[in-house]
Design a protein around this ligand. Structure first.
Ligand SMILES: C[S@@+](CC[C@H](N)C(=O)[O-])C[C@H]1O[C@@H](n2cnc3c(N)ncnc32)[C@H](O)[C@@H]1O
Length: 197
C-alpha cells in the first residue's frame, strides 16, 4: 500500500499530535511546493519547506515552534517561531524583534497550516504580517484551513486589503489525519488562497 510518504526526513520525526502536528502526505507536499513563487515562507508547514529546500531553494524559510526540526534545514532557513508572538506582535524580546526586522512583510508566497485550535484572529494577523505589501498578481498566501472559516477570515483581513477564496483544485491530505478531518468526514480542510486586492 502507498503510505503517501516519500524519503523526506521529516517523516522520521514522530508527529507531536499534542502540539497538533499532522504532516501532509507526499502528493499534498508536492502540490503545495509547486505554488512557491519568489521568496517563500513555510509557516507551520515544515514538510513543504523541506521539499523546497532539498530542491536547492535558498529563498525559502521555515517557521515553526518545534525545535526538533532544526537539523533538517541549512542554517538560517529554519526559524523557531510562535504564532502568538510573531511578526504581527509588539513583543519586545530580542528573538521577536530580530524576526520582525528580517521578515515582516517580506514574502511573495506564504504556505501556512496553522494548528487547528489557533485563534482565527491570530491566523489573520500572521497572514498579513508575512505577506509583502507589494501588489502583484502572483503574491499569495495559501492556508490549509476549514472551508467554514473563509468568511470570518475575509472579514478579519478586510482591514489589510486582503481577500481569499477556496483554491479550485488542490486537495489537502494528511498521512495520519485527525478524526474530524479524515476523508469522508463532515469537516473538510480546504486550501484557502489569499491576495492583496
Ligand atoms: C497542523 S501541523 C502542520 C504540519 C504540516 N501539515 C506539514 O506537513 O508540514 C501544525 C504545525 O504547527 C506547529 N505549531 C504548533 N503550535 C505552534 C505555534 N504556537 N507557533 C508556531 N508553530 C506551531 C507544529 O509544530 C506543526 O508543525
Amino acid at each position: 500500500m502507498n503510505s503517501g510518504k516519500d524519503d523526506l526526513d521529516i517523516y522520521k520525526i514522530e508527529e507531536n499530535q499534542s502540539n497538533e502536528q499532522y504532516f501532509f502526505d507526499n502528493n499534498t507536499i508536492r502540490q503545495l511546493a509547486d505554488l512557491a513563487a519568489g521568496c517563500t515562507a513555510c509557516l507551520c508547514t515544515p514538510s513543504v519547506g523541506e521539499a523546497l529546500i532539498n530542491s536547492g531553494r535558498r529563498d525559502v524559510f521555515v517557521f515553526d515552534t518545534d525545535g526538533r526540526l532544526v537539523n533538517l534545514y541549512p542554517e538560517g532557513q529554519f526559524w523557531l517561531y510562535d504564532l502568538q508572538r510573531g511578526l504581527h506582535s509588539h513583543a519586545s524580546d530580542a528573538n521577536t524583534k530580530e524576526l520582525i526586522a528580517r521578515f515582516q512583510h517580506q514574502f511573495n508566497t506564504v504556505i501556512f497550516d496553522p494548528p487547528f485550535s489557533t485563534d482565527i484572529a491570530i491566523v489573520a494577523r500572521n497572514i498579513n504580517a508575512f505577506l509583502t505589501w507589494e501588489y502583484n498578481e502572483g503574491n499569495s498566501v495559501y492556508v490549509a484551513y476549514p472551508r467554514a472559516g473563509l468568511d470570518k477570515l475575509n472579514e478579519l483581513l478586510m482591514e489589510y486589503g486582503i481577500y481569499g477564496q477556496e483554491h479550485p483544485n488542490i486537495e489537502i491530505n494528511y498521512v495520519n489525519p485527525p478524526e474530524h478531518y479524515k476523508p469522508g468526514a463532515k469537516k473538510k480542510i480546504s486550501l484557502l488562497w489569499f491576495k492583496r486586492v
